[in-house]
Design a protein around this ligand. Structure first.
Ligand code: SAH
Length: 372
């Protein structure tokens, strides 16, 4: 065994935290792990044992990989880490949803949410420690930008929750819908996706984006791609630009054009998330505009009644249930596939758009541009 190559891959995109003394083995797809460990193991099946210990058994210390010879365990501990983020806080909601606050190696904090649903569970994980996009309805955006997470830090959120709850991969779904914009951190998302798809089907991994067109072009060329969800939220450019500043840079025509270039798999549909805001985008005419907009794309719409938060503009309100149902019904009558997202975890601020960076000053853009 030799030391050659232990420190070569401390680049941020390769999973290992550049701040940690030892290189993290999290964030390396199987083939990459093989390359990194090749100089350290005499027999290549050892890499499979290590890979399975990390992803199937969730071990956190090489000492616990008892299938490895003691000398190898010691050698690996001296050179590599399997560190998961610290769980600073856990908030359990009355409905079983659990919000995790994690502290990363450099002190940055992020949130992730565990949403059990019968014998399935969905883990909602962060892609950045904050968000630069400043969508007017989103609490994360209100608190401002933060750094990109490494692939290892993205995958580690899944492993850390699995280490607490001990769920296997059966019935496990992962959504990149936590803090941050995944398509502003594409290379790390590509690697994290590759690792997750070694464990679970692409059908159970969803990347949600506000519509970063260059990111969508990159994603179209990924060898392995998760499902795709687009945060749409308004049926025309004028309103979408007021709600989501990114729409000024990548308006609807550019966004939908980029989506048409993505090669979809058999029966695959793109999900369009649409936050319903009382008397602002929830009328029957809006349902028709939305239907027309999506007509030429294999799509389905997921309606999300707005989750209010004290930092958001008080003019943004959730519509009464009857208006939500009327909107759903109109879309369905027109022939659009549509579901309504049930609100989960709102009593512990774990619902969509309620994840924040603790201890930061807000950037304060709220009371601004809504006319009704
Ligand atoms: N940046 C990515 C992923 C994070 S947002 C994106 O924009 O898709 C994850 C989901 O939460 C998106 O569908 C977003 O639109 C939704 N969301 C944000 N704020 C919300 C709020 N106040 N109420 C309901 N849903 C919200």
């Amino acid at each position: 065994m030799t030391n050659v190559g232990t420190r070569e891959t401390t680049k941020v995109v390769d999973g290992g935290s550049p701040l940690a003394g030892k290189m993290s083995l999290l964030g390396l797809p199987r083939a990459r792990l093989q390359q990194v460990l090749a100089p350290h193991v005499e027999r290549s099946f050892r890499v499979d044992q290590i890979y399975r210990a990390i992803y199937d058994r969730g071990i956190r210390r090489f000492d616990d990989v008892t299938t490895l010879p003691l000398a190898l365990r010691r050698h690996l501990s001296a050179h590599f880490s399997l560190e998961l983020p610290d769980v600073v806080k856990r908030h359990r909601s009355a409905d079983g949803t659990e919000k995790y606050l994690f502290r990363l190696a450099d002190g940055a904090t992020i949130e992730a949410v565990d949403i059990p649903e019968g014998d399935r569970r969905t883990l909602c994980v962060s892609s950045q420690a904050g968000c630069a996009l400043a969508c007017r309805f989103c609490v994360t955006g209100y608190w401002g930008a933060g750094r990109d997470l490494t692939a290892g830090e993205i995958v580690a959120q899944v492993l850390a929750i699995r280490a607490v709850e001990r769920p296997g991969t059966h019935g496990l779904n992962v959504v990149f819908m936590g803090m941050g914009e995944p398509l502003l951190n594409t290379e790390n998302l590509r690697l994290a996706t590759q690792i997750l798809l070694e464990q679970i089907s692409w059908r159970r991994v969803t990347l949600s984006t506000a519509g970063v067109v260059p990111g969508l072009r990159e994603l179209a060329a990924w060898e392995q791609r998760p499902r795709l969800a687009i945060s749409l939220h308004a049926p025309d450019d004028e309103r979408r630009s007021r709600l989501m500043p990114i729409n000024k840079k990548y308006p609807l025509a550019a966004l939908l054009g980029a989506l048409r270039q993505i090669p979809l798999r058999s029966k695959e549909r793109i999900t369009f998330e649409y936050i319903l805001i009382d008397r602002w985008n929830d009328g029957p005419d809006d349902a028709e505009l939305l239907h027309r907009l999506l007509q030429n794309l294999p799509s389905k719409v997921n309606l999300i009644p707005l989750n209010p938060d004290p930092v958001l503009d008080p003019k943004l309100r959730r519509p009464p249930d009857a208006r939500v149902e009327a909107f759903r019904k109109r879309l369905a009558e027109l022939g659009t596939r549509v579901t309504v997202r049930r609100q989960r975890g709102d009593d512990v601020s774990a619902a969509c758009g309620q994840l924040r960076v603790p201890g930061r000053d807000p950037r304060g853009f709220r009371r601004s541009n809504f006319s009704f």
